[in-house]
Design a protein around this ligand. Structure first.
Ligand code: MBD
Ligand code: FE
Length: 287
């Protein structure tokens, strides 16, 4: 009897987080118009098709396997998992190419779970969180600097992250809309001091198409715990990156292959209380 009265168990499903990620992607404005130059399209699409043909020949792909691929590709779309699939397996390479020439803090993928216009917060801020938000408290402090070293007042740091259960607000049910998301405006000295909780590792949904591929291939589905940051400063390139945690699970085996040694934080215990603290300056390139 009580079962019927109990609230439905809130679960993150591939199709609910996929639908939100797809809607989020479709609503976002990219800074640049998509490539339409026919020569470029022909080169890229042509080489992709040729690479696939070579794989078919080299591995003597059967009709059964071809049909399995077709069914799987159809299902990724139905699950809304194109953003997840592309961001997990390809975005790290696009990011490498895009930021090859930049100094400053290394980049890392944006991923499927960024939402613009998170609540604006002062330089000394606590990310929006529930009362008794589970997880190890983290104090994240630093400055936003230009590559030549000068502080950049007027910079903003958009932050988003998974919670202690590895779930992102707006992509999992039952969380406050802006939980662990904020837009921090740095101070006149370009400093920030942000209280949050350490993010847990993130597991790719196991009940969708990406999960089925991972299971079928015998891979694991994990990304290490990470803080997402996007730094904007007048006259500078916007930096999109992620910060990881030394010794955290899967730092050396990220399914998205996105960890860089320069992006690994090493927080230390706070003397007078629970939790840990880390200092890390975010450095952006002039345009
Ligand atoms: C994530 O949380 C993420 O950051 C990336 C890059 C891909 C999938 C999920
Ligand atoms: Fe993420």
């Amino acid at each position: 009897m009580t079962d019927q009265l109990a609230p439905a168990r809130l679960q993150t499903t591939a199709s609910s987080s996929g639908a939100s990620a797809t809607a989020q992607f479709l609503s976002k404005q990219r800074d640049q118009a998509p490539t339409t130059d026919p020569e470029r399209v022909s080169a890229l699409a042509g080489e992709l098709i040729e690479a696939a043909r070579q794989i078919i020949r080299r591995h003597r792909v059967t009709y059964d396997e071809f049909d399995a691929l077709k069914a799987w590709l159809i299902q990724i779309g139905l699950d809304g998992e194109w953003p997840l699939f592309l961001d997990v397996w390809l975005e790290q390479t696009v990011e490498q190419v895009a930021n090859e020439e930049r100094g400053g803090t290394k980049g890392s993928p944006e991923g499927p779970y960024f939402v613009p216009d998170a609540p604006r917060l002062p330089a000394d801020a606590t990310l929006p969180m529930r009362a008794n938000e589970p997880g190890i408290p983290l104090l994240f402090q630093g400055r936003v600097l230009s590559t030549a070293g000068q502080p950049l007042p007027g910079a903003t740091i958009e932050m988003w992250q998974a919670d202690d259960a590895g779930t992102y607000s707006q992509f999992a049910p039952g969380l406050p809309e802006w939980n662990l998301r904020g837009t921090v405006v740095v101070g006149d000295d370009a400093r920030f001091s942000i209280r949050t909780v350490e993010p847990s590792p993130y597991e790719i949904p196991t009940d969708g198409s990406c999960g089925r591929l991972i299971a079928a291939a015998g891979w694991h589905a994990w990304r290490p715990g990470h803080l997402h940051v996007r730094v904007s400063a007048p006259g500078h390139h916007t930096l999109t990156t992620q910060l990881y945690f030394k010794g955290g699970s899967h730092v050396d085996s990220d399914i998205a292959g996105a960890v860089k040694p320069e992006l690994i934080l090493d927080p230390t215990p706070v003397a007078d209380g629970p939790g840990r603290r880390v200092g890390y300056d975010l450095v952006v390139d002039p345009v």
